[in-house]
Write a protein that binds this ligand. Structure first.
Ligand SMILES: *Cc1c(COP(=O)(O)O)cnc(C)c1O
Length: 231
């Protein structure tokens, strides 16, 4: 039986190997542990193994775990779809949001971010597959949205997040990542605050790092297959 600590080490080893392979500096890619559906006790084990950044998708579940883990100095990242009537608890309880795709949501997050807290770090979610059903802004909409988000007082625009279209074709996978990297470079050249490309999951982190990711979001490779959600 491998433990959560073993699997964090293995994920880090994969990242290091991919950085070397791509001739990128070591430690240029951060590990975000995606803990949706997993109990607080699993996050505690991961924290004890040195993991401090956690990504959650479901608001109520995340808030419950934050309460149970309030003794730990965790950086919380919200990475799931955002309903505009649920922005307040996100603004009040997270350090990062990766899934911003609408100005209205960004405005609400900024307005609702308490003055006493640091600015909320945000990534804009991009949709390069062009599928209407997928979340994220299209390449055309990205720069206009970025300009408006960057001007909001309680947010810091940090970069982009992508969930690529599932594909068996390695070239198509690489192509999607490299398109996002090009958009990221464009954004970075315009905003000093932009430094984060949130790209890559358990199954594709090597390709994502090769194509320029700076943060990989790893769930199953650390915590195992997802549990069924209650409710
Ligand atoms: C669940 C999830 C992940 C983690 O995916 P794995 O394949 O389990 O590593 C990453 N990013 C987002 C946005 C997710 O919802």
């Amino acid at each position: 039986m491998t433990t959560i600590a073993d699997r964090i080490d293995a994920a880090k080893a994969r990242i290091t190997q991919a950085e070397k392979q791509a001739q990128r500096p070591l430690d240029s890619v951060q590990l975000l542990a995606v803990s949706k559906t997993k109990p607080a006790s699993d996050l505690r084990l991961a924290f004890e193994a040195g993991q401090t950044q956690f990504g959650e998708n479901y608001l109520q579940e995340a808030l419950d775990k934050q309460q149970q883990l309030s003794d730990l100095n965790i950086q919380w990242h919200f990475i799931g779809p955002i309903q505009s009537n649920k922005t307040r608890p996100i603004a009040e309880h997270f350090d990062w949001v990766h899934s911003v795709e609408r100005l209205k949501v960004a405005q609400r997050l900024s307005n609702q971010r308490p003055d006493s807290m640091a600015e909320l770090n945000v990534c804009l979610q991009v949709n390069i597959s062009g599928e209407a059903s997928k979340s994220g802004v299209s390449a055309n909409e990205l720069l206009p949205l970025a300009k408006q988000v960057a001007a909001l007082p309680h947010l810091t625009l940090r970069g982009l997040m992508v969930i690529p279209q599932a594909t068996d074709n390695p070239e198509h996978q690489q192509q999607q990542f490299s398109e996002v990297k090009a958009l990221f470079d464009q954004l970075k050249s315009q905003y000093d605050s932009v430094d984060t490309l949130s790209m890559g999951m358990s199954g594709d982190l090597e390709v994502a790092v090769e194509q320029g990711s700076t943060m990989v979001r790893i769930g199953t490779a650390i915590f195992g297959a997802r549990n069924k959600r209650e409710q």
